[in-house]
Write a protein that binds this ligand. Structure first.
Ligand code: ATP
Ligand code: MG
Length: 139
């Protein structure tokens, strides 16, 4: 387990509201990803801005932060072979309208901002994000 690749995954507030937390977790587990950490938290503005710091200044930034801080999210570390790419292909394109049918965002997303899930975009991002949400993970 120690040498497996990791991804930080968030089931965003609309995923909780749509009652698809179990469905989403099953899709990841069915592709052989293993949950090594999981918690439900209400992400505050400070944490949301740190998590999405690369998007500061974008026209959609305010809507993105309002969305992710609107209610509770499920945050988890998924591990397994090629975890970053595997998670992203299960999630689908950022824009649900462009996502392949059968992906989480195609099946459950509302629009390009309200898109149900987050997954790290690289191993380096995964490490940064895991440290942000699970402070003692690497100690
Ligand atoms: P995430 O980081 O949430 O997994 P992603 O990596 O597919 O999504 P990013 O480019 O990192 O896409 O964008 C982060 C989030 O910002 C998206 O999930 C979406 O909620 C929002 N977003 C990104 N691009 C746009 C856009 N052009 N218009 C509106 N919202 C956007
Ligand atoms: Mg991203």
């Amino acid at each position: 387990m120690v040498f497996m690749k990791k991804s930080l995954v968030i089931i965003k507030p609309d995923g909780i509201g749509k009652k698809i937390v179990g469905e989403i977790i099953s899709r990841f587990e069915n592709e052989n990803l293993y949950i090594s950490k999981l918690k439900m938290i209400h992400i505050d503005r400070e944490l949301a801005c740190m998590h999405y710091c690369d998007h500061k200044g974008k026209p959609y930034f305010e809507r993105l932060i309002n969305y992710i801080t609107a209610d509770s999210s499920v945050v988890m570390v998924l591990e397994g072979e090629d975890a970053v790419n595997k998670v992203r292909s299960i999630m689908g394109n950022t824009d649900p309208a462009k996502a392949i049918s059968g992906t989480i965002r195609s099946d459950f997303g509302t629009d390009i901002t309200i898109n149900v899930v987050h997954g790290s975009d690289s191993t380096e991002s995964a490490e940064r994000e895991i440290k942000l949400f699970f402070k003692n993970y690497y100690q």
